[in-house]
Design a protein around this ligand. Structure first.
Ligand SMILES: C[S@@+](CC[C@H](N)C(=O)[O-])C[C@H]1O[C@@H](n2cnc3c(N)ncnc32)[C@H](O)[C@@H]1O
Length: 374
């Protein structure tokens, strides 16, 4: 049933109808993904029209590196789109050093960020302008870490404070065997397992973090065991120093002098800036957008990570039907999934080998993938 007591329609998005307040502010502001995987899976070219979910804005910005003709970034949470608009205005107007200071990747002072915002504000849509005009403290701290999820990561990082020296040594490792041994010998003990068990409590997600997606995680899914296995995997397969997502999770922020998510790396700044005009931002429910007549046969690629966290099985299926209808022949889909592993019916050609490879190599190591050619 919905909050108003109406019965759920098949395929209706239960999250949107019942827990709207969660989606009235920014939940994701940094990059909780590794865009290299989407670029590898979608194999974009100059004729590609891509539909993706906005979230922090990292995904649409990184998809530009595949040189597509157009990127439509959709999110039903308008504030996620406001964040993307502000990031785009910053790319357009600032050089890399000023951009990094404004968003909070590098140190910067509150007054300087406020002055920069005043320079950027005229480029925003009216609704984004109204939102950001009222967000003095987010702007003062820098918008890169302003999301709810990023606050949670900062808390996560603070809770590992007693291991600060060990963390420093893990991020200093130069080889995988050295790092894997340090992880196994000193990090992965009863305290770590107890910590993962504590932060995987569903009541914590539901009542403290107020994360609506928790209702979609099957009751028998071992969240702590899953996280433990994924951390153990990444400790053996990727150098911490080369994995920005680990820095975000365990230290609460990126190392501005280290390896960065693709869209924040200085070497990609000018390319992204030159292609910003290809992004269209849409505030809409993904399923509804896909079902609009103009969407029919409109896209060559879909990057839909990870809407399943907020989807019932019926809604997940409805989105896949929508993608099928709005796909051009040979269109590719890359869906990331975190704790909610809804599957899709036999659609197109599913690339199991690619999915396994991405699970092995992706820098945001907590996800699995569905990769399909429609
Ligand atoms: C779990 S987040 C993805 C976060 C992602 N890992 C990142 O950091 O970029 C999912 C995003 O999809 C949006 N979203 C979820 N379901 C949606 C839907 N049905 N239609 C449009 N946007 C949706 C949410 O508002 C959120 O911004």
């Amino acid at each position: 049933m919905t909050a108003g007591g109406r019965p759920d329609l098949p395929g209706q998005n239960p999250t949107l109808t019942t827990i709207k307040p969660f989606f009235s502010d920014i939940n994701y502001s940094a990059a909780n993904e590794d865009g290299a995987s989407e670029l590898a899976a979608l194999r974009l070219d100059a004729r590609s029209r891509v539909l993706c979910i906005t979230a922090s804005g990292a995904r649409p910005l990184e998809l530009l590196l595949g040189d597509p003709e157009a990127v439509v970034a959709v999110d039903f949470n308008a504030t996620q789109n406001h964040l993307l608009e502000l990031k785009m205005a910053a790319y357009r107007t600032l050089d890399y050093a000023a951009f990094a200071a404004f968003i909070g990747l590098r140190p910067g002072d509150a007054a300087g960020r406020r002055d920069t915002y005043v320079r950027l504000a005229s480029q925003l849509s009216p609704s984004a302008r109204i939102y950001w005009d009222a967000q003095a403290s987010k702007l003062a701290r820098g918008i890169l870490y302003c999301g709810r999820w990023e606050s949670f990561m900062r808390l996560f990082a603070r809770l590992t404070f007693s291991r600060r020296d060990l963390l420093r040594r893990l991020f200093a490792c130069q080889t995988l065997p050295e790092q894997a041994e340090l992880w196994r010998r000193e990090w992965d003990n009863g305290v770590w397992r107890g910590f993962l068990g504590a932060i995987s409590q569903r009541w914590l997600w539901r009542y403290v973090l107020r994360e609506p997606g928790v209702v979609n995680v099957p009751a028998d899914f071992d969240v702590a065991g899953y996280l433990h296995a994924r951390f153990a995997h990444v400790a053996q397969t990727r150098l911490f120093r080369d994995t920005p997502y680990l820095s975000l999770m365990l230290r609460g922020s990126y190392d501005p002098a280290g390896v960065l998510p693709l869209h924040l790396a200085p070497e990609h700044y000018e390319t992204i800036r030159a292609r910003l005009g290809r992004i269209t931002v849409v505030t809409q429910d993904l399923a509804l957008l896909l079902e609009e007549p103009e969407s029919c046969g409109a896209y060559d690629a879909f990057s839909v990570s990870d809407f399943s966290s907020y989807a019932s099985p019926a809604f997940h299926e409805r989105v896949w039907r929508g993608m099928e209808q709005s796909a051009r022949p040979g269109a590719r889909v890359c869906e990331r999934q975190f704790l909610v592993k809804h599957q899709t019916l036999n659609r197109g050609h599913r690339d199991d080998a690619l999915e396994r490879k991405l699970v092995e190599t992706d820098g945001a190591f907590i996800y699995s993938f569905i990769c399909v050619t429609l």
